[in-house]
Ligand binder design. Structure first.
Ligand code: EPZ
Length: 419
């Protein structure tokens, strides 16, 4: 098992180009299964989750290859409608293929998805929505089958009890080829959903209202291929900014999605970092010590503060002046990284949804293990600001979401090696 060895204590400086977004690449790859033709995706990040998605597509008899930053998907012919259990277990986003396969073939067999352990991650909203779109659902020994008796779904009005990102995406995927109009109320508004909708529209889908809480999808008979460029990854961007905030120094993030990163940037600015944005670039400079954030940082659906950036900001605030408080409102178990930060000298107390971070003078290196994707990235943020050397194990979690992680840190002047 590989590790990252990071020696902290020196300021960062330099510029890096932001990768394509994992959380829109994956649903867009699923969406390409709906298309009777070839899709070319530019700015596709090279990540283990993307390769898992490619394997799912190939297992359906379609063709998917990823080379450099380009993914080519040809779903002209689909010969299967079952997702192998092993591939379902590799990542949570495998659930997105269910809506797409169901929409394209009228049937899908699958098992419960894997992914980061952030507490219970049920799929009840997904299944209830498929049912409203006309699917009959059965379960046999852990294997679930959704079947559209007429081979095609029918439009429906669906109100989500919570704006789930995945459920919103799955409803769209399942309804773009359905008969009639589907309305999603209390839809999630994450930018990645808009990215997937832009891709689908480029293929001929009729979708309105994405980015708002009411989305309307008018089913079409067929989608055609297209070339599409995936948006930049706002959470990877937040991670690299948090690194420079933790270690001190100055950096430029190129190819940044400034508007989409605003909920994170506006909070990070309160730590005393100087941040300036222009022309898809974000400049961040940290001179003196970081300041704690006075108001409670509440993770919320977009445009609230993103749960995916909670861990990396916490790692930076662990050595700030004063006390910061987080409230995690999206996942039940998203503080698993705190034990590692405490091992590195942080003073953190977790009480249910809240985590109280009393800033310490400085962190020190330690041997830690990544608990999940963003938790692992948070350990790297802490390590770059800490005195001494940190070894981070289980970096397969980090490789699921960060492209060229060590190369980017090295080009910012950080000392990191993969061993
Ligand atoms: C997406 O997960 C992201 N993943 C997550 O990013 C992100 O943390 C999350 O949205 C919230 O922003 C991808 O886009 C691939 P949800 P998703 O459905 O779709 C509950 C990362 O680090 N829920 O909005 O799984 C659920 O348990 C990852 O990149 C149900 O109860 O998130 C959670 O508490 C991790 N029943 C809440 O809703 C359901 O059927 C939000 O989950 C579905 C969800």
């Amino acid at each position: 098992m590989q590790k990252f060895v990071i020696t902290g204590g020196n300021r960062l400086g330099g510029e890096i180009e932001l990768q394509g977004c994992k959380n829109s690449a994956l649903p867009i790859m699923a969406a390409a299964v709906l298309v009777q033709g070839k899709c070319i995706l530019e700015s596709c990040p090279n990540l283990t989750d993307v390769y898992s998605a490619a394997r799912i597509i190939n297992s359906l008899g379609c063709k998917c290859s990823v080379a450099g930053k380009i993914a080519e998907i040809d779903a002209s012919a689909v010969s299967g409608s079952a997702i192998p259990e092993k591939l379902m277990g590799e990542m949570r986003s495998s659930i997105m293929f269910v809506g797409a396969i169901l929409g394209r073939t009228g049937q899908c067999t699958f098992s419960i998805p894997g992914g980061c352990e952030l507490g219970p991650r049920p799929i009840d909203m997904h299944l209830a929505a498929f049912s409203k779109l006309g699917a009959e659902i059965s379960e046999n020994g852990g294997e679930i089958t959704c079947r559209l008796p007429k081979g095609r779904g029918h439009g429906s009005k669906i109100s989500l009890s919570f704006p789930s990102v995945g459920a919103t995406e799955n409803i769209i995927l399942c309804s773009v080829l359905a008969e009639g109009e589907t309305v999603v109320n209390n839809a999630a508004r994450e930018p990645e959903i808009c990215d997937m909708c832009r891709f689908l529209r480029a293929c001929g889908a009729k979708i309105k209202g994405d980015g708002e809480s009411r989305i309307v999808i008018e089913g079409v008979e067929k989608l055609h291929g297209c070339e599409y460029c995936i948006m930049p990854d706002r959470i990877a961007g937040a991670t690299y900014l948090a690194m420079t905030a933790a270690a001190g120094g100055a950096m430029i993030l190129k190819n940044a999605c400034i508007a989409e990163m605003e909920p994170f940037i506006s909070v990070l600015e309160q730590t005393g970092c100087y941040i300036c944005t222009a022309d898809n670039r974000i400049y961040l400079r940290r001179g003196g010590r970081l300041k704690a954030i006075r108001d409670r940082i509440r993770t919320m659906p977009h445009p609230g503060f993103p749960t995916d950036a909670q861990a990396v900001l916490m790692a930076a605030l662990a050595a700030a002046d004063g006390t910061s408080v987080f409230e995690e409102n999206i996942f039940d178990c998203r503080y698993r990284h705190t034990d590692a930060l405490i091992k590195m000298g942080a003073d953190i107390q977790v009480m249910g949804k809240a985590a109280v971070i009393r800033g310490v003078k400085g962190l020190h290196g330690a041997d830690v293990e990544a608990t999940d994707l963003r938790g692992g990235a948070a350990m790297a943020v802490a390590a770059l600001g800490a005195e001494g050397t940190t070894s981070i194990g289980c970096i397969n979690h980090i490789d699921r979401g960060y492209e060229k992680f060590e190369d980017n840190i090295t080009s910012l002047g950080g000392r990191i090696s993969r061993v």
